[in-house]
Design a protein around this ligand. Structure first.
Ligand code: HEC
Length: 187
């Protein structure tokens, strides 16, 4: 009996190791996707803010964000996007799993973890399929306050009211968790 158990354990060991390596690989891929999306968005936003100012940049943000997310998703074979407990675009509304992770991020930050280091991943079910999910928090920086802060200039505010009547993504302060990158990897 003991021999049999040892045999089973020896057989399982390589599988367990393979799963661990796979998960690490998936995490690396997800990190790379979040970084690519974040980097491209930042580039587009900075260029547009410089060339045409914040009011025009709102629509650039609105049109570019989903397009860049689709492009990065296709190139990496996964689904990457952004979400937030206080979202601006209802397309970015978190599902139950994302809501729970975002709430955990808030708790972890309150316990002293740095907002730019917060990440979480898990193998779970999504729409009946087994998937690997990953999230990484996005901290609020100075430049973000122009459009997400509590003192938004009048022309930006008017444009926001027009484009996003149910906007929740205001009243953030520097250092707050603005939201998170979110990745779903089919398994
Ligand atoms: C020029 C105004 C502007 C600036 C500056 C800006 N944003 Fe946004 N942000 C927007 C708009 C508009 C949307 C909605 C985009 C859409 O419709 O998909 C948005 C959406 C988001 C979302 C997606 C979740 C949601 O609320 O729908 C995140 C996350 C986000 N912004 C983070 C940031 C961060 C972090 C910064 C600073 C580095 C920043 N934003 C700077 C205008 C801005």
């Amino acid at each position: 009996m003991k021999k049999l158990t040892t045999y089973f354990l020896l057989c399982l060991f390589p599988f367990a190791q393979a799963i661990a390596t796979d998960t690490e690989q998936l995490k690396q891929n997800s990190r790379a996707a979040a970084k690519a999306l974040g980097g491209e968005l930042k580039g587009v936003l900075q260029a547009s803010m410089k060339a045409s100012g914040p009011v025009k940049s709102l629509s650039v943000c609105r049109d570019s964000a989903p397009a860049i997310a689709s492009k990065v998703s296709a190139s990496k074979g996964l689904e990457v996007g952004r979400t937030s407990l206080k979202y601006r675009n209802a397309n970015n509304k978190p599902d139950a799993w994302e809501t729970a992770v975002l709430q955990k991020f808030e708790q972890r930050k309150a316990m002293g973890e740095a907002a730019d280091k917060l990440e979480f991943s898990e193998v779970t079910e999504h729409n009946g399929n087994k998937v690997f999910r990953y999230m990484k928090a996005i901290p609020t920086g100075d430049v973000c306050l122009k459009c997400h802060g509590s003192n938004i200039a009048e022309p930006i505010k008017a444009e926001l009211d027009k484009l996003y009547p149910g906007d929740r993504a205001r009243d953030f302060s520097k250092g707050d968790i603005r939201g998170a990158f979110t990745v779903i990897h089919p398994l």
